[in-house]
Design a protein around this ligand. Sequence first.
Ligand code: SF4
Ligand code: SF4
Ligand code: FES
Length: 429
Amino acid sequence: MTKFFLNDKEVTAEENETIWQVAKKNGLTIPHLCYSDKPGYRADGNCRACMVSIEGERVLAASCIRKPSEGMKVSTTDERSEKSRKMILELLVTDQPEKTDCHDPDSHFWKIADDLEVKKSRFDKRESKIVPESDNSHVAMAVNLDACINCNLCVRACREVQVNDVIGMGNRGHVSQVIFDFDDPMGDSSCVSCGECVQACPTGALMESNLLNENGKKVVNADRKVDSLCPYCGVGCQLTYNIKDEKIVSVDGREGPANHNRLCVKGRFGFDYVHNPERITKPLIRKKGIKKDPKEKLDPLNPLSHFREATWEEALDLAASKLSSIRDAKGGDDALAGFGCAKGSNEEAYLFQKLIRVGFRNNNVDHCTRMCHASSVAALMEAIGTGAVTAPVSEVKNAEVAILIGCRPTQNHPVAATFIKNAVKKKWT
Ligand code: SF4
Ligand code: SF4
Ligand code: FES
């Protein structure tokens, strides 16, 4: 532990904590752009928006990367560091599209500029011929590098957090810019569409394209947020749905033990099914006289050609009467079984087994996880005496050896795979 002074108040830093982190712990958020305090993001110290002064030191220090030493006296409120932070923002505002015409006026960048009361710049803009053109080649993400501040957060998001190694910085000096693979359009690159870069970008240079109009301006603003859980694979990523007019418009990864804010393409962009008009939202019962014909194609937009709408009571009564007539005619044990979905909650699983045992009067009840998990349960039982998972995937970072058999985590459980890739990159390369 290190004791030092922050604006004349004695504070304590844990090992490896930076001045910025200690300040935040003490209720003071120092402006920051190239630094993200989300798990997995390394400080890079390149934007200088977080400068503070340290007594006895000639130059200002970037608080996001500088660690305090015993007895150090740090000031965030002196005129020199305040002016420096403001100047950095003014310089960056110079090359941004005007706030009234920018891609995302609600971005972190404009929030920091507003906090520092930087509205416009006294400096000359860069020549328009070196401003990168918009890239709308990707189906779900828009690239508008006229708003890019080269903070490098998307590069770390792609290379170090999700370990996809698609984004890098190309060129040198004042023409350096974000590129995908070998300067390919994003849509043609090897991008796996996890959207981590969009989530990390502080300026709106990388954004979900469905939020923008044809000129690349944000026109879709969520009116509420709902915390939820990704409905796809078993990794269990926590997320937040951004909702406008009762429709999901975008998704943010949320801090959770399994994902630490990360998402994959499914969790990030796979939400359009919710509003798909082909979804059945009311119980349907086959119309009298319409026989089942496997060769016949049903138009999913028009199920009423074969079915009629019913109330839940009527539909459940019908299903119950048909199932009990099978049970009574053919003998419960042989005729009926129940396979539940492993994605149901514990309460749902309990009710499901109750239905089978009490309603069907047998113990033929199982769920889908046993199909894919049976071999690992047997191996775990034999090796350590329990079939339950013993550690989160992220604990792979503490393993000496990781053996993967018969699985493709990067495709089937992409966020879990990021933690394996993190460990491989850190420890074994
Ligand atoms: S695209 Fe966004 S995250 Fe990437 S360097 Fe530019 S401003 Fe930073
Ligand atoms: S890995 Fe992807 S599909 Fe699985 S829970 Fe996480 S975001 Fe959803
Ligand atoms: S936030 Fe510290 S240098 Fe960018």
